[in-house]
Write a protein that binds this ligand. Structure first.
Ligand SMILES: Cc1ncc(COP(=O)(O)O)c(C=O)c1O
Length: 427
């Protein structure tokens, strides 16, 4: 099983058999409130009829069309719908099947761009400590979660460097929204550039909010500084918006929320409300034009998947994005972010809690680790919350909360009440 303690799971399985709206139904018929939108992806809630209908209709008309040297209209309509949610200058979309594929595709597009632009020496990629960019070799190479890397450490991409992460309990504990401390950590990029020379660096990739490592909110001014430095040195900036894309912060993207336009965005998860596996890379028009116009002829980018722009995923994307717009789902997230912040920070002073951080509808509650058993306390909290009808996520000893964006105030309070009670019940 993926990212699962297989032996533990076999001994005590957690099986979900159905889902509707904000709730899962377990195999033993319990209702569980979804406090993490599945895996940060079911933004419009579960079992949406609009998507089901679109998929049935699409299957009846066109089940599959090859994407190499062929196309079909729904993929182009889906691409146009995605572009509408992107910053103004970002209108070119490449479909993948997952966030991991989106990341590896984005890295390859960055390399292809510099080569097409007459700067083939720009091949170094810069990620960040504690970053998560999926599980492809590109993604784990620029990623910074050591447990995901160490087994494969001899086989990672060469020419990769990492920025420091921005987490510091001494300075930033209990920040509401963006922490005031830490903008200087972006200046480390200048040191990396001084070491390797800008002419060897292709791209910097970061999650605007580091999600999987345990919800790290960017310090004020930090992303702006990264944008300024990359622009000045001709380095592409990639925002991995697999989690932050499609409403998590109450806006279409984190780029919109922070008012910073990267050169490339990676998308997945909320892109189809997770009903069908799909990812995408959204690129600046200039990048597309450089690659396509400077090619000698024939295929311009030797890259793609059998299922890129698959009719079912394209239909799901169209239906999902229409729903986000028609139902004002991002606006609901925005309107509730204050209540969510208040409820999250209401856990300050509860047993084991050492930090609470939040932005939009995402929060991280960091617990003190048990001596010699990192992760054990959060694992127990996760299991007890699940037993008491609330599904959360945990990484190490950090609990992550990121509910579907259709949540209401009462459900928000319920999640944090259950979590608070559980914190009092564990050692
Ligand atoms: C920021 C980020 N990038 C990439 C990925 C990988 O996406 P997938 O699991 O669809 O391959 C994830 C998944 O959690 C993610 O959070």
């Amino acid at each position: 099983m993926p990212f699962t303690a297989n032996k533990n799971f076999k001994a005590s399985p957690r099986l979900l058999k159905a889902a509707k709206g904000m709730y899962y139904t377990t195999i033993d018929d319990r209702q569980v409130l979804d406090g993490c939108a599945g895996l940060w992806c079911v933004n419009a809630g579960h079992g949406r009829d609009e998507i089901t209908q679109a998929l049935i209709e699409q299957l009846n008309v066109l089940d599959y069309a090859p994407g190499f040297q062929m196309g079909h209209p729904v993929a182009f309509e889906a691409a146009r719908a995605v572009a509408e949610f992107m910053p103004d200058t970002i209108n070119k979309i490449f479909f993948t099947n997952s966030g991991s594929e989106a990341v590896d595709t984005a890295l390859k597009i960055a390399l292809a761009y510099h080569r097409a632009n007459g700067e083939p020496t720009r091949s170094r990629l810069i990620g960040r400590e504690r970053g998560y960019h999926g599980v492809g070799f590109g993604g784990i190479s620029v990623g910074g979660i050591s447990s995901n890397r160490k087994t494969f450490s001899n086989t990672l991409l060469p020419q990769v460097d990492h920025l420091p992460h921005t987490h510091d309990l001494e300075h930033n504990a209990y920040s509401k929204g963006q922490p005031a401390w830490g903008v200087h950590l972006a200046d480390e990029l200048e040191n990396i550039i001084a070491l390797h020379d800008a002419s060897t660096i292709a791209a910097v990739i970061v999650e605007p909010i580091a999600g999987s490592t345990g919800v790290l909110i960017p310090p004020r001014g930090y992303l702006e500084r990264l944008r300024e430095i990359t622009q000045r040195h001709g380095i592409l900036l990639i925002f991995d918006e697999v989690i932050t894309g499609f409403g998590r912060l109450g806006t279409a993207t984190a780029s919109e929320y922070f008012g910073i336009t990267p050169d490339i965005l990676t998308l997945a998860k909320g892109l189809s409300n997770a009903a069908v596996p799909v990812g995408a890379v959204a690129v600046h028009d200039h990048i597309y034009n450089t690659i396509v116009n400077n090619a000698a002829g024939g295929i311009e980018l030797f890259h793609g998947y059998t299922y890129s722009g698959h009719p079912l995923s394209a239909a799901a994307v169209k239906a999902t994005l229409a729903m986000y717009k028609n139902e004002h789902i991002f606006e609901n997230a925005k309107a509730l972010s204050g209540v969510f912040e208040q409820a999250a920070h209401g856990l300050k002073g509860f047993p084991h809690v050492v930090d609470i951080r939040n932005l939009g509808l995402v929060a991280g509650i960091e617990l003190k680790s048990r001596a010699g058993a990192p992760g054990a306390r959060a694992a127990e909290v996760f299991q007890k919350c699940y037993d008491q009808g609330v599904l959360l996520r945990y990484t190490g000893d950090i609990i992550a909360i990121s509910p579907p964006l259709i949540i209401n105030q009462e459900q928000i309070r319920h999640i944090f009440n259950v979590l608070g009670n559980v914190l009092k019940q564990v050692d």
